[in-house]
Design a protein around this ligand. Structure first.
Ligand code: IPM
Ligand code: MG
Length: 360
């Protein structure tokens, strides 16, 4: 039976449009093979939206996203918009999209691929076999806590304020996603916090500990964030699933990503309790190489695979895409960011063509 899906595409800025084009092509080919019809609708976000409409997340874009089965985003931002006031910055559009779709759970896998092990800046014996899933809370914590702002004090001096706050229910819902995720993996969950200093972290730790009784098959441990940052480079294999708040997750997921050698390889999924999920590469818009056909489209393609697996429940299609990525890497095909001796250097489009061939 043919299945129809409405997918909102948000190519965004920088290398976004180039890598999105590859992901769309790959999805169309897989769709033909498996009788899946994707109805793609494109919308503006980030700098592209600012230039066209004056705002980073036009209401039309959010509405379109809400009415679709899943949202595939490429990347946002660039030097051009870096000096705009905060409410007009591309990042504000992305945060608005996460909040607007209530995407509180961000899954960021960092798995080292044997083909790329030498691209890691860490020694082979340290990173071999690394397979980590960072579950980051995405719509709370210091990113959204109130009060926030820059206020004048009585002396006239300015004071900048952000607030790290979590309610019990916010902690519980991300905690549950994390336990469920760990359950499907190696059943080890490490909760990362700063409970030795922060009250909000103590509540986080207490709730995670309370939830653990509902998941007796998952082994829960706790780690302070500074130690976790160190352990990730000292002995990353000790981690299976990590759950943490918004800010710590932002930082640790970049660190975990880099263990694998290239941030250009890593996809992510942002999910809510219901409604469409948002799928996007972990990397940014790379304005320095935009428009030069140099970008690595693989994280975008793997984000499409995550969308098929977690957003549309089409694991077969996801498997095929992931296998095609493995095949092109096995064939020695590389973009510049993951290039090494003896491999074949391809541009973004050529990498897309190689994927299409690998799918046939
Ligand atoms: C990320 C990014 C975003 C974040 C920025 C672009 C707002 O760094 O997705 O990790 O801080 O969440
Ligand atoms: Mg980040």
């Amino acid at each position: 039976m043919t299945q129809h899906y409405r997918i909102t595409l948000l190519p965004g800025d920088g290398i976004g449009p180039e890598i999105m084009a590859v992901a769309v092509k790959v999805m169309q080919v897989v769709g033909q093979h498996l009788n899946l019809i994707f109805e793609f609708q494109e919308a503006l976000i980030g700098g592209a939206a600012i230039d066209a409409t004056g705002e980073p997340l036009p209401a039309k874009t959010l509405d379109l996203c809400k009415s679709s089965d899943a949202v595939l985003l490429a990347a946002i931002g660039g030097y051009k918009w870096d000096t705009l006031p905060r409410h007009l910055r591309p990042e504000t559009g992305l945060l608005g999209l996460r909040a607007g779709l209530e995407l509180f759970a961000n899954l960021r896998p960092a798995k080292i691929l044997p083909q790329l092990i030498d691209a890691s800046s860490l020694k082979r014996e340290v990173v071999e076999g690394v397979d980590i899933m960072v579950v980051r809370e995405l719509t709370g914590g210091i990113y959204f806590g109130q009060p926030k702002g820059v206020f004048a004090t009585e002396t006239g001096e300015k004071r900048g304020v952000n607030t790290m706050a979590y309610t019990e229910s916010e902690i519980d819902r991300i905690g549950r996603v994390a336990f469920e995720t760990a359950r499907k993996r190696r059943k080890q969950l490490c909760s990362v916090d700063k409970a030795n200093v922060l009250e909000v972290s103590q509540l986080w730790r207490d709730r995670l500990t309370a939830l653990a009784s509902e998941y007796p098959d998952v082994e829960l441990s706790h780690m302070y964030v500074d130690n976790a940052a160190m352990q990730l480079v000292r002995n990353p294999r000790q981690f299976d699933t990590i759950v943490t708040g918004n800010l710590f997750g932002d930082i640790l997921s970049d660190e975990a990503a880099m263990l694998t050698g290239s941030i250009g390889m890593l996809p992510s999924a942002s999910l809510g309790a219901s409604g469409p999920g948002l799928f996007e590469p972990v990397h940014g818009s790379a304005p320095d190489i935009a428009g030069q056909d140099k970008a690595n489209p693989l994280a975008q393609v793997l984000s499409a695979a995550m969308m098929l697996r977690y957003g549309l429940n089409q694991p077969e299609a996801a498997d095929r895409i992931e296998q095609a990525v493995m095949k092109v890497l096995d064939e020695g095909k590389r973009t510049g960011d993951i290039m090494s001796d003896g491999m074949t250097l391809l541009g973004c489009q050529a990498m897309g063509e190689a994927l299409v061939q690998a799918l046939d």
